[in-house]
Ligand binder design. Structure first.
Ligand code: CAP
Ligand code: MG
Length: 397
């Protein structure tokens, strides 16, 4: 006989145990679907799920069922038994709580806001290799934001031209030169050539300034190529690799996290493509959840927006994101973040970039404080005095 099976997955008397994983969603039921049915279907589809008439279920299966236990307006909290989740497997977590559920006809929309991870789950993840203090010691920069700039236009320079701009950037006082997200290894600027040219310029800038100079050189490609590119960076004395973490995916980032740690490389995580799923407040996955996953896997820093620059993101979001990556304990924020104790997982730097120019820097420091990687790019390379100098003609003629 047919049981209204989704009711098995709703229990508003349930109190999550200390070893249960809790996910917070925003949801809108489709027409004709009650909230109870909607949340029961989300809990079902993201755990043991079934829609056929149930046979008499063995106890083990029943114990694995998720429970929607708190419905408040269009927000629901769902508790998941620990046994549902493979130790240390971030892709599998996403397939569970951020997989089929987005395509259910029973829902008009669904947004995964955050998930609070129990200690017994968290301890299987390595987290950042260095942590913010480790990065500061490595760069010998304390008490101020770390700074960098991206040669603009995004692509078009040869490796030598790119390195020349890099030299000017370092001599201008910046700690880092960052590749743009779509610069990898192009016919006019091969990765290997750029590494060699940048190494020469870095050594010169370090000699002339006495400071540690570094770069976020973009290794984004298939995983095997990324591993080889990381090895070349280490061979040439670099201490960072840049990865576009959304387009490469959590599995590749996890593989490279281990490889880069062995090589002594920190990972700069660019988040290009995040706005495909985190911009719509009613559907998709929040940036704070992406930031949580990437800190868990172990990037050293991740772009978290500027709230004042050219790309989407509010001040409240930037603050939640900064806490998500920096704090030992992330406090719950209504409908934005769940309480999270990070245990032994080290901190990661928020990176503020995107449409920044010196005039906006005070606003950004207001939001983030000084534990930050601050990138100004178009904001300096676009400077009227700067534009003409590089190519032999003088601005103004
Ligand atoms: C910034 C940037 C970064 C954005 C990414 C760009 O350059 O290099 O990719 O910061 O956005 O290509 O736009 P500008 P976010 O400073 O010239 O804008 O940091 O929000 O992920
Ligand atoms: Mg860019």
């Amino acid at each position: 006989m047919a049981i209204d099976w989704y009711e098995e997955f709703v229990d508003t008397d349930h109190t999550p145990g200390p070893d249960e994983l809790v996910a917070l969603y925003y949801f809108e039921p489709a027409a004709g679907i009650s909230k109870e049915e909607a949340v029961g279907r989300i809990a079902s589809e993201s755990s043991t799920g079934t829609w056929t008439t149930l046979f008499t279920m063995p106890p083990r299966m029943r114990d694995l069922q998720a429970k929607a236990f708190e419905i408040e307006g269009n927000y629901v909290k769902i508790a998941y038994p620990l046994a549902l989740w493979e130790e240390g497997n971030a892709p599998q977590l996403l397939s569970g709580i951020a997989g089929n559920v987005f395509g259910m006809k029973a829902l008009e929309s669904l947004r995964l806001i955050d998930a609070s991870l129990p200690a017994d789950y968290l301890r299987h993840f390595k987290g950042p290799h260095f942590g913010m203090e480790g990065i500061r010691d490595m760069m010998k920069v304390h008490g101020r934001p770390l700074t960098g700039a991206v040669p603009k236009p995004k692509v078009g320079f040869t490796a030598e031209e790119h390195a020349e701009v890099g030299y000017e950037t370092w001599m201008g006082g910046f700690d880092f030169v960052k590749d743009d997200e779509n610069l990898t290894s192009l016919s006019f600027n091969r990765f290997e050539d750029r590494v060699r040219a940048m190494t020469t310029m870095r050594d010169r800038a370090e000699q002339e300034t006495g400071d540690v100079k570094s770069a976020f050189i973009n290794i984004t490609a298939d995983t095997e190529t990324m591993k080889k590119r990381a090895e070349m960076l280490a061979d040439y004395g670099w201490n960072y690799a840049m990865i576009d973490v959304v387009v490469t995916g959590t599995a590749a980032v996890a593989t490279l996290r281990d490889h880069c740690s062995d090589l002594g490389l920190a990972i700069h995580a660019h988040r290009a493509m995040h706005a495909a799923f985190d911009r719509d407040e009613k559907h998709g996955i929040t940036m704070q959840f992406l930031a949580k996953i990437m800190r868990l896997i172990g990037v050293a820093q991740i772009h978290t927006g500027t709230a004042v620059g050219k790309l989407v993101g509010t001040k409240a979001e930037a603050t939640v994101l900064a806490d998500m990556v920096r704090e030992k304990h992330t406090n719950a924020v209504d409908h934005m973040a769940l309480d999270q104790d990070w245990g032994a997982i080290k901190s990661a730097f928020p990176v503020s970039s995107g449409g920044l120019h010196p005039g906006l820097v005070p606003d950004v420091l207001d939001i983030y404080g000084s534990d930050l990687v601050l990138l100004v790019s178009g904001g300096i390379h676009g400077h009227p005095k700067h534009a003409g100098r590089r190519h032999g003609h003088h601005a103004g003629n």
